[in-house]
Design a protein around this ligand. Structure first.
Ligand SMILES: Nc1ncnc2c1ncn2[C@@H]1O[C@H](COP(=O)(O)OP(=O)(O)OP(=O)(O)O)[C@@H](O)[C@H]1O
Ligand SMILES: [Mg+2]
Length: 110
């Protein structure tokens, strides 16, 4: 199951995403949570300490391919997700693993 959560700023996306991920993990399913927010804080909702959060290495930009499909930019991993998770995934409480995509290197065309 793949779930994407987006919406208005400050409407509770991170809180809902983190809580949902932890509930699914507690139910016994492995969860890979991906924080694609350029200003990420999902780690804290997932129960990591601020110290651990600040030590997380985001994915290198080279691991992400950007393609334009029907006028939209589609970002995908250039390596299998299992490999990326094994290298960069962070163990969180409740069987959740976290991947941090990191910030864009610069402004694109809007
Ligand atoms: N159901 C709720 N009831 C009360 N407060 C909430 C609820 N959901 C979220 N909040 C609070 O609202 C604030 C914003 O929530 P959150 O960070 O999850 O929103 P967001 O949509 O991810 O924001 P952003 O767009 O800045 O990433 C937080 O301080 C959070 O504690
Ligand atoms: Mg958020």
């Amino acid at each position: 199951m793949k779930v994407a959560i987006s919406g208005k700023g400050g409407s509770g996306k991170t809180t809902v995403s983190g809580t949902f991920a932890r509930l699914v993990g507690r139910a016994g399913h492995p969860v890979l949570a991906i924080d694609a927010d350029p200003n990420p804080n999902l780690a804290l909702t997932l129960g990591l300490t601020r110290e651990t959060f600040e030590s997380i290495v985001p994915l290198p930009h080279g691991l992400m391919d950007h393609k334009r499909v029907n006028g939209e930019v589609v970002v995908s991993l250039s390596r299998p997700v299992e490999e990326v998770d094994a290298k960069f995934g962070i163990d969180c409480p409740d069987r959740v693993r976290l991947l941090l995509l990191g910030s864009p290197t610069g402004a694109g065309t809007g």
